[in-house]
Design a binder for this molecule. Structure first.
Ligand code: ZN
Length: 425
């Protein structure tokens, strides 16, 4: 189970997928964390078997005894185990402390997991130092370069990220990496050659044909979204967020998202625009994608897709989704999806199922907002963000009923209510 943990954590933040979306919503989301059985994504495992690492570190049991360092080795090993356990439970600060102790006591197994913990705990400068140390000590370890790429991207050094992934590709080819590199290279070009406008909390990059007025409207919409959504979530991302405006053609080239997609969040907000883009629609899509950005910043990959999409749709400016969702879900032909399916990326669904998934997500969150207000929703996000407990435990603690029961109520609401009961004040 422990093998693959780093890749699982890394991939959870990285391989952001782009589910199809309902035609009138515009979007995409971040993938929730995959099941912690990620060996498939890590054919060689991530952490070498313990024995192997002990040999590499020169602290096999026999040597330790021989040098009288057995007690130190045992303490280091214990700290390492505590660190890995904390990392698996996504208690990143705690993981970082334990793994730091293990590393300082000479346990080299801790090098890469320590960098992951620091990165996930948002101690980015320390993460850079940790992964650079790991690269010096273990240049042949592919995981060093995988994590190096993530950390460098997190600190905004895209070129260093691409270099790390290129090197990783020589050590451990992976077709998903090719896609990552392709997109990062495109982003490098955007940064070097495209025009940009910057506000306090956002940078908007835009291609030549995109009018600077459109960029200005987007920037304005994102700042408004930050204020309004922040008022609901009581959360404001600490780091600036980048948005990229593409012509429609290059949007689909770069993101390879479905033809009906109106925007993407994959760490950056990416929007297709044209001269004919209606400013109101632009504001709506920008707000929707900002919600994904804020939730991702707030709670990493702990948020199920229904919550991501339900919140994004409910917090969109002037959202008209209720009538659409209501008529779709009350149609006798419509087959609702299970809550389990709604928790996973909608990518695997066909367009018809995706529409149902978005509608269910919308009405569930709408019902929660109407019945309990946004404070409890915020509690739910915060409860999940710690990563300590699964949704099945966190949810009933906050709502005093099961998620299944809430969904039943949401569906019942549809029969008695003609319009959305929740208004953002
Ligand atoms: Zn979305």
């Amino acid at each position: 189970m422990r093998e693959g943990i780093i890749v699982v954590l890394v991939l959870a933040g990285l391989w952001l997928v782009m589910p199809p979306r309902s035609k009138d919503t515009g979007d995409v989301a971040v993938a929730p964390a995959p099941e912690p059985a990620g060996d498939a994504s890590s054919p060689q495992g991530v952490l070498a078997p313990q024995e192997e690492w002990m040999v590499i570190a020169g602290v096999t049991g026999q040597e330790a005894v021989a040098t009288g360092a057995a007690a130190d080795a045992a303490a280091a090993s214990e700290a390492y185990s505590r660190g890995i356990t904390a990392l698996e439970s996504e208690r990143f600060s705690e993981a970082a402390s334990s793994l730091e102790a293990a590393r300082n006591a000479g346990d080299r197994r801790a090098l890469v997991p320590l960098a992951v913990a620091l990165w996930k705990a948002e101690r980015l400068r320390d993460a850079v130092n940790a992964i650079r140390n790991a690269a010096v000590e273990q240049p042949e370890n592919p995981d060093v370069w995988l994590v190096m790429g993530e950390v460098m991207e997190a600190v905004g050094d895209l070129q260093a990220a691409v270099d790390a992934w290129e090197h990783l590709r020589t050590l451990r080819p992976d077709s998903r990496l090719d896609e990552r590199i392709r997109r990062a290279r495109a982003d490098l070009k955007v940064r070097d050659r495209w025009r940009s406008q910057v506000s306090r909390n956002f940078s908007v990059f835009f291609e030549g044909p995109v009018a600077s007025q459109v960029a200005h409207t987007t920037l304005d919409a994102l700042e408004d979204a930050r204020r309004d959504v922040g008022g609901v979530l009581h959360y404001y991302p600490g780091r600036p967020i980048e948005a990229v405006l593409y012509t429609r053609e290059s949007f689909f080239d770069v993101t390879r998202s479905p033809a009906w997609s109106g925007g993407v969040f994959d760490g950056r907000v990416r929007l297709p625009v044209s001269g004919a883009t209606d400013p109101g629609e632009l504001r709506r899509v920008a707000t929707h994608e900002y919600v994904h950005a804020a939730l991702h910043s707030m709670a990493g990959d702990t948020i199920p897709t229904w919550l991501h999409e339900g919140m994004a749709m409910n917090l969109e400016a002037d959202e008209p989704s209720y009538a659409w969702a209501r008529s779709l879900l009350m149609d006798s032909e419509t087959v609702p999806l299970s809550l389990e399916k709604l928790g996973w990326p909608f990518l695997a669904l066909d367009e018809e199922q995706a529409n149902v998934a978005y509608a269910q997500s919308f009405v569930l969150v709408n019902s929660l907002l109407t019945r309990f207000g946004h404070y409890k929703l915020r509690d739910l996000v915060n409860g999940l963000a710690t990563g300590d407990q699964p949704l099945a435990d966190v949810y009933p603690r906050i709502y005093r009923e099961t998620l299944e029961r809430s969904m039943e109520r949401a569906m019942a609401d549809l029969r008695t209510r003609e319009e959305s009961g929740w208004r953002r004040s």
